[in-house]
Ligand binder design. Structure first.
Ligand code: 6GU
Length: 273
């Protein structure tokens, strides 16, 4: 589904987030680009406290794990009920509504998944917690599971914020055209080239001459070459998937032959400054 309506008018996107810690979302969603996107009505974000859909006196959301073992498990009822309370709000596309569980067991989040999600008008994000969520939520409620990397967080909340940030900045009208065209270079699968601002000489360190001469073709070439070199040095696994011209492929082959062998990964955090 496209987010652009008839005559290219921008339609807003609605994201509903289920969490046990609604207060965590306040600051990230009230600053910067996300805040502006919300103010401009380009995205509507509703935060739901899962605890509000409990019916017992103590508002219990978790329970012991069947079969024994450490850690509590999120109960299914409040999660199902919260999602069911949101659905009537969603007029069209309820049949293709993504309901995403944020969990370390999910598929690894990427720019590609952010692009894919940015084409939906509605989505529901469920923040799991690392001890676990009742498996029936996975089996009978969610349509997708996402992880933001191979490390363990105490809950899916921070992961949901990461996903929302990456998706919202792709929505039409959220970034100015300048910033979004910069994104194209990332979409090409390369790391960003080095950037400089004034002064031209800082503590004796000069900005590369090519950037000061104003020859735009040369600057474009230099930046592209720097982006390729940097990607090859830091993320060689990205290079094969990047969209490169024939000439650029030849440059890569040349660089591969003269690059020093990378240090063992346990040394890669040290630098030479
Ligand atoms: Cl989505 N949740 C948790 N708890 N830990 C994570 C994660 C998600 N992604 C990476 N680590």
């Amino acid at each position: 589904m496209r987010t652009l309506g008839i005559a290219g008018r921008i339609r807003s996107v609605q994201i509903d987030i289920l969490t046990l810690f609604p207060q965590m979302f306040q600051s990230p969603f009230s600053t910067g680009i996300l805040n502006r996107a919300i103010d401009q009505g380009l995205v509507r974000i509703n935060i739901h406290n899962i605890r509000d859909c409990t019916h017992d006196k103590h508002h219990i959301v978790d329970d012991y794990t069947y079969g024994g073992g450490a850690g509590m498990v999120l109960k299914p009822e409040p999660i199902f009920e919260t999602v069911e309370s949101i659905k009537p709000d969603i007029k069209e596309g309820v049949d293709i509504l993504p309901i995403i569980l944020l969990t370390p067991q999910g598929r690894p989040f990427s720019q590609e998944i952010a692009n894919e999600l940015s084409s939906y008008r509605y989505m529901i994000l469920i923040c799991g917690r690392y001890e676990g969520v009742d498996e029936r939520v996975r089996e009978h409620l969610v349509t997708d599971e996402i992880s933001i990397g191979d490390y363990v967080l105490s809950g899916g909340d921070l992961a949901a914020m990461v996903v929302v940030d990456a998706v919202v900045r792709l929505l039409p009208g959220v970034l100015g055209s300048k910033a979004s065209s910069m994104d194209d270079s990332y979409a090409a699968g390369l790391l960003e080239y080095p950037q400089y601002t004034r002064p031209a000489v800082f503590r004796g360190w000069s900005v590369p001459q090519v950037l000061l001469l104003g020859n735009h073709a040369q600057i474009t070439n230099w930046r592209r070459e720097q982006a390729i070199k940097r990607t090859l040095e830091r993320r060689p696994e990205l290079i094969d998937k990047a969209s490169l011209s024939l000439g650029e492929r030849q440059l890569v082959d040349g660089l591969r032959n003269c690059l020093p062998t990378p240090p063992p990964s346990n040394l890669s955090l040290t630098n030479t400054i």
